[in-house]
Design a binder for this molecule. Structure first.
Ligand code: CA
Length: 323
């Protein structure tokens, strides 16, 4: 299943396929059913992209992931919110309550789902996640993981008991410490960012959401290269192919969102300016400013004039010495 969207909905710019967000989900090579879900939700609170990775016995995983997507959609569409992050948080918490209730049915008593979601409203980007589905930021060939997995092995990494490199191959790598459905109270991780216009020549960012079926089989540097050299839609297809060539033992889902600018933690209303830039501006001399404002021809003429004055000075000094 491949989805893409051509309307901007908070994503800026228009340069053909490069700027069209895309998402894909695939059952992989070994599973009979796909328990991953993704959705694009247009709402008064903004456009949301959600990836869920369900778990919990026959049909339970599928049901949990679908319940989560449906509840987030209802939550975002039903009321107005103070802020983008509050809207996303409230909708995901409602999804948690829905799944907790449905777990009272013994057939679904062990079901649950991860969630990673981005809600984009204008220049504001809210992120929320629970479980081991991840958000990444890709800029200029580099990739940065924005979310911290809620897993038993991540806790071991945080405590220094194991290395990050050993976490994915650990026998309990996929034991979650947090997910939707596990408990009535959900301690959700949220973050807020702002999209800044990229200055001339600066690279524009892409936001990636994905399930563990992708990053368990494709390294971060490989993802960075593919997201940088391919359009979102091509990258979706290629990365699923790579994960499947390497076994594809899990469902694979990812969404690629070109942001049309650079995502930063500072709001444009309170711009952050590095101290060294301010310092450099303060020490620029009036002459340097004057010189910089002249054309090349005028600058050459000025240099010639200064050289001439210097030569005359040298000649005069020599004459004075001779006297
Ligand atoms: Ca999975």
């Amino acid at each position: 299943m491949l989805g893409s969207s051509s309307s901007s909905g908070g994503l800026r710019g228009d340069r053909g396929e490069e700027n069209i967000p895309a998402a894909i989900t695939d059952v992989g090579c070994e599973r009979d059913i796909n328990e991953d879900r993704y959705a694009v939700i247009d709402s008064p609170a903004g456009r949301a992209w959600i990836v869920c990775d369900g778990m919990g016995g026959t049909m339970g995983g599928e049901l949990a992931a679908q319940l989560a997507i449906d509840a987030v959609r209802r939550g975002l569409e039903s009321r107005s919110f103070e802020s983008t992050v509050e809207a996303l948080q409230s909708a995901v918490e409602e999804a948690n309550r829905v799944i907790v209730l449905r777990r009272q049915n013994p057939a679904f008593s062990s079901m649950g789902t991860t969630v990673v979601g981005a809600l984009i409203q204008g220049d504001e980007v809210a992120l929320a996640h629970a479980g081991d589905s991840r958000a990444y930021l890709v800029r200029d060939g580099a990739i940065q993981q924005l979310t911290v997995d809620h897993t038993y092995v991540q806790d071991l990494v945080d405590r220094g008991a194991i290395n990050e490199e050993d976490a994915l191959s650990h026998p309990q790598a996929h034991v979650l410490t947090k997910c939707l459905g596990a408990a009535p109270r959900l301690d959700l991780d949220t973050q807020t960012f702002w999209i800044w216009p990229a200055a001339n020549g600066e690279p524009e960012d892409k936001l990636i959401l994905c399930s563990d079926g992708l990053y368990s089989l494709v390294e971060d540097y490989e993802m960075a290269e593919i997201f940088t050299t391919h359009s979102p839609q091509e990258a979706c297809v290629k990365l699923v192919e790579m994960a499947k060539e390497r076994g594809g033992y899990d469902n694979i889902t990812l969404a690629v969102l070109p942001l049309g600018g650079q995502m930063r933690e500072e709001s444009p209303e309170h711009p952050y300016r590095p101290a060294k830039v301010q310092q450099r501006e303060a020490t620029v001399s009036p002459l340097a400013t004057f010189g910089a404002s002249l054309s090349l021809g005028k600058r050459l003429a000025l240099m010639f004039l200064l050289a001439l004055v210097g030569s005359i000075g040298t000649v005069l000094t020599t004459l004075i010495d001779m006297r």
